[in-house]
Design a protein around this ligand. Structure first.
Ligand code: NAD
Length: 471
């Protein structure tokens, strides 16, 4: 990466000579890069470039778009090792997992669109009408730091495939993989101005992007707090929005489930990326008479998850991404103790031997009370709440009892029963008995977790307006 001090605007790397933002290594706390803290003017230049490029790109052929995405896919494969190490250092995800997820998933998702696009019906017949799916216009993409490249790819690949032009503002905590992406796109046949990258703070360049009249859609992944600001800003000039936000997902273990397997599956999901995953199963709902046994199993499972250097192949639990995130999670662990829940494993002290970097102990609370702050609020760290329930109706009520609605899980020996309970979840996805993640299936949230869907044809449709010609 040679361009970290620049923005990518209108097909050019543009120097930035103003303030910069430090990027830290999660495992050591050291500064590993500096990126532009761009101003509103830089963002306005990028929006103007995207606006100017829109007419021509909106009329590009599907073959042109597919060719660019094939070139992107090849570039992502070629630079996969570099992407994995970059994200591992910035975010703290252990390198083995970062290789498969942080570097692997972006290529996989790009491939799913390449497979789908040739058959996607960009026009349909409806009686005497031809229904056309037209690109929505200039799209502002704003992304978070936890899966930094994956979340960008989920936006820019379908946006470009739809014929939209894009301005990306990546997360300032983990921006480097977006630079790798811009370098890859710079080497493709994508016309200038179709993809632009401006790095900086949300309150300045992000704010300009969400309020600019030339931007016709904002596709956002991040906190519910910022999503709320975006929804308000978009309302002023009726921009389209797609929001992927927070979660507090429940894993409901039914009385007939294999308890050990269900606890293991829940813990593995909850601790993935040190709990910095929007879909993390952070509330484990267990029958009251199995609560203590579930807590023992959970404590034994987290005892094996000692935090370590994320660059080592054997590490399974890395640090958090930033000092701010570490402090926030420690405050939640202290709150859990103050609220009177039972501390089963972990705690607020730094793990042994981790005096540098942003490490937090994997922590389990038992007897967590529904409605408490610990049970309701997104922590975004390696903290599991074990919540006892009385009967199935009680479990469903607790599972659906937060403002969020992103994900969930159900475990039962009876697959049909599990499916029936899953269908009562007010969430965008539910994992039934540990079902596999599917990159073609729609992903998104109910309630305060989101508006719109990503992945597959649903992700593409977000970037399309519908026009009907009466013939
Ligand atoms: P955040 O909302 O603080 O930041 C996300 C992005 O928004 C960043 O690029 C930031 O610079 C930008 N931003 C901040 N203030 C802004 C403003 N006023 N105007 C415009 N842009 C602004 O979130 P975060 O801390 O980076 O990410 C963590 C959150 O993201 C968690 O809540 C997590 O659940 C959520 N998340 C959701 C999904 C999903 O798909 N549902 C996926 C990953 C993360």
């Amino acid at each position: 990466m040679n361009n970290l001090s620049k923005n990518y605007i209108n097909g050019q790397w543009v120097d930035w000579n103003g303030d910069t933002i430090d990027v830290h290594e999660a495992g050591t706390g050291e500064v590993i890069a500096k990126v532009p803290a761009s101003d509103r003017e830089a963002m306005e230049q990028a929006i103007a470039a995207a606006d100017a490029a829109f007419e021509s790109w909106s009329e590009s052929t599907l073959d042109q778009r597919i060719k660019v995405l094939e070139q992107l896919h090849a570039g992502l494969k070629e630079r996969a090792g570099e992407i994995a190490e970059t994200v591992c250092r910035e975010v703290g995800m252990p390198i083995k997992l970062a290789t498969g997820i942080q570097a692997g998933l972006p290529a996989t998702v790009t491939k799913t669109y390449l497979k789908m696009l040739p058959d996607f019906p960009f026009t349909e017949q409806c009686g005497n009408s031809e229904v056309q799916y037209a690109p929505v216009g200039v799209v502002g993409c704003i992304t978070p730091w936890n899966y930094p490249l994956h979340q960008v790819i989920l936006k820019i690949v379908p946006a470009i495939a739809a014929g939209c032009t894009v301005v990306l503002k990546p997360a300032e905590i983990a921006p480097q993989s977006a630079y790798i992406l811009a370098e890859i796109l710079d080497g493709t046949d994508l016309p200038k101005g179709v993809f632009n990258l401006v790095c900086g703070e949300g309150q300045t360049v992000g704010d300009t992007l969400i309020k600019h009249p030339a931007v016709r859609m904002v596709s956002f992944t991040g906190s519910t707090r910022t999503g709320n600001l975006i929804a308000h800003a978009a309302a002023d000039d009726f921009k389209r929005i797609a929001l992927e936000m927070g979660g507090k997902s429940a894993s409901v273990i039914l009385p007939d489930a294999d308890l050990a397997a269900a606890v293991k599956g829940t813990i593995n999901n909850c601790l993935l990326n040190s709990g910095q995953t929007c879909t993390a199963l952070t509330r484990m709902l267990v029958p009251a008479d199995k609560h203590d046994e579930a807590c023992e199993l959970a404590a034994a499972a987290v005892a094996k998850m000692t935090p370590g250097n994320p660059l080592e192949e054997t590490t399974r639990l890395g640090p958090l991404a930033s000092a701010q995130q570490r402090d926030k999670v420690i405050d939640y662990i202290k709150l859990g103790i103050e609220e009177g829940h039972t501390l089963v494993a972990g705690g607020p002290e730094a793990p042994e031997g981790c005096d540098k970097g942003y490490f937090v102990k994997a922590t389990v609370f038992g007897n967590v009370k529904p409605g408490s702050r610990l049970e309701q609020e997104e922590i975004f760290g390696p903290v599991l709440c074990v919540v006892p329930y009385q009967d199935e109706a009680d479990a469903i009520r607790i599972a659906n009892g937060t403002q969020y609605g992103l994900s969930g899980a159900v475990w039962s020996a009876d697959a049909e029963k599990a499916k029936k309970v899953a269908s009562k979840f007010r969430t965008g996805q539910v994992f039934v008995n540990g079902g596999d993640f599917n990159p073609m299936a729609p992903f998104g949230g109910f309630g305060h977790s989101g508006i719109g869907r990503e992945f597959g044809k649903w992700g593409l449709e977000e970037f399309l307006e519908v026009r009907s010609l009466q013939l």
